[in-house]
Design a protein around this ligand. Structure first.
Ligand code: NDP
Length: 429
């Protein structure tokens, strides 16, 4: 039986942590070997992934622990350079698992391809013609990518909008065709782009206009994942703060983000602290997820909080996060980067929908971690203590000296590189 609850994991060495993960069902010998490899991304593989390769750029890979989502245990691979993120996610996951864990769901994986048509003599007529031709357009799109249809996906529906019809400039007037495509377990950018490009000549013929752009939209609002958690307030008690105080502090913090874009953007950055590390670890396109998430947070015309936090009739803290989640478990660099394959295998997800659900659950946990800290001791206490090791390294500490200097910095409450340099000099005299 797999568990993601491994007490004292953080106190172990890297080698011992890898050994401890061997008890996790999904951590196969192959995953162990890849993660332990001295060259996790071979240079000749990297050279085929992008252009002008001159090296690779490693980042830390951490294990987010304690995640219980829809009754299933997850060890979450997280690639991030920022201290305290993995610790905070694991801390909140430990609290939420005591309340039964996260509940998640996902919509069908429908992505959007866009075709821009300009110069139509009559935009309304062009729109009607395209809508009438829906069945034929879908058939043609699917014929350009038959393998996705065989997998149960493919183009399903179209929609047509006219933008700026009354505008003075013909540059502004355009007709936009949306092609809705089920991309199964792939993120689908290449599938979608192939389909919309294949339709362009027919769309020009039907509308009498000229097609310019043919590409997916990263505002994947038909490919959503949602996570919720309900936490009895007594589980939130922290130091001198009662559970109710923490709960109310979290809700006040949420209301601030809900009403103020300056706060919302930082609040949402904290959510992406949980989301990006998994998206990166699993070889997915984090720019696509970031762009979609922020656009979704502004879908009502006002940029606002991605999460909601409230209190229910029993006094529990209730959190929810819903986001577009255009991630895949196949395609792109996922099948190319050995670490992405290892991370996906450790995470043990069977579908892109399941991956999307884990990602939003971690985003929700990360948000609560930040709000809980902000509403109590402030973020610097925990964050700077963990950051002190990076400060010590930046000051030139190596080996055992890193821990000695970092502990001293915390003790004297002066976590800055200048002070760390003084200590390194003093200890190495
Ligand atoms: P791929 O082009 O690699 O396509 C995925 C392929 O995987 C499918 O075509 C399918 O091929 C195969 N496959 C195997 N099993 C499955 C399954 N269960 N479900 C679905 N497909 C399966 O990747 P994507 O189309 O997903 O494109 C993603 C990449 O595109 C990312 O790297 C992204 O960075 C990039 N990109 C992003 C853009 C954006 O976001 N704006 C723009 C352009 C590119 P077959 O059926 O033939 O076996």
């Amino acid at each position: 039986m797999q568990t993601s609850r491994i007490p004292g994991f953080y106190k172990q060495t890297v080698k011992k942590r890898r050994e401890l993960l061997k008890d996790v069902e999904a951590f196969t010998e192959e995953t162990f070997d890849i993660i332990s490899s001295k060259e996790p991304l071979p240079l000749d593989t990297a050279d085929k992934m992008i252009e002008n390769v001159i090296g690779t750029f490693p980042l830390p890979l951490g294990a987010g622990l304690n995640f219980l989502i829809n009754g299933k245990e997850y060890v979450v691979p997280m690639v991030i350079e920022e201290p305290s993120v993995v610790a905070s996610a694991s801390h909140i996951a430990k609290i939420v698992r005591q309340a039964g864990g996260f509940t998640t769901e996902a919509t069908e994986r429908v992505m959007i391809g866009q075709i821009q048509v300009v110069g139509c003599a009559d935009f309304q007529e062009a729109k009607a013609t395209l809508l009438e031709a829906q069945a034929a357009l879908i058939e043609q799109a699917n014929a350009s990518y038959p393998s996705i249809v065989k997998r149960g996906g493919g183009a399903k529906e179209i929609d047509v909008r006219i933008l700026n019809e009354a505008a003075g400039s013909s540059y502004q007037q355009m007709l936009i065709l949306h092609l809705y495509i089920n991309t199964c377990d792939a993120m689908g950018a290449n599938i979608i782009n192939t389909m919309v490009e294949s339709l362009a000549p027919t769309v020009e013929e039907l509308t009498g206009g000229k097609v310019y752009l043919r590409i997916l939209s990263n505002l994947a609002d038909r490919c959503l994942a949602r996570a919720t958690c309900t936490i009895p307030s007594h589980l939130l008690e922290t130091g001198d703060f009662s559970g109710e105080e923490v709960r109310d502090g979290v809700i006040h913090a949420y209301e601030f983000a809900a009403s103020d874009a300056y706060r919302a953007v930082t609040h949402n950055k904290g959510i992406m602290n949980g989301i990006d590390p998994i998206v990166i670890a699993t070889g997915n396109d984090w720019r696509a997820v970031e762009a979609g998430a922020h656009a979704y947070a502004a879908r009502d015309g006002q940029y606002t909080s991605m999460t909601t936090w409230s209190v229910d009739a029993e006094g529990n803290l209730v959190g929810e996060l819903e986001l577009p989640m255009s991630v895949g478990i196949v395609g792109g660099s996922i099948n190319v980067h050995p670490m992405a394959k290892a991370a996906l295998s450790l995470l043990n997800v069977a579908s892109a929908q399941e991956l999307a659900q884990v990602i939003v659950a971690v985003g929700l946990a990360q948000n609560l971690g930040a709000l809980k800290a902000l509403a109590t001791d402030g973020i610097q206490k925990g964050h700077m203590a963990l950051h002190s090791r990076s400060v010590a390294i930046a000051a030139g500490a190596t080996g055992e000296l890193i821990d000695i200097v970092s502990k001293k910095l915390v003790e004297i409450n002066e976590i800055r590189v200048g002070k760390a340099k003084e200590l390194v000099e003093e200890y190495t005299k």
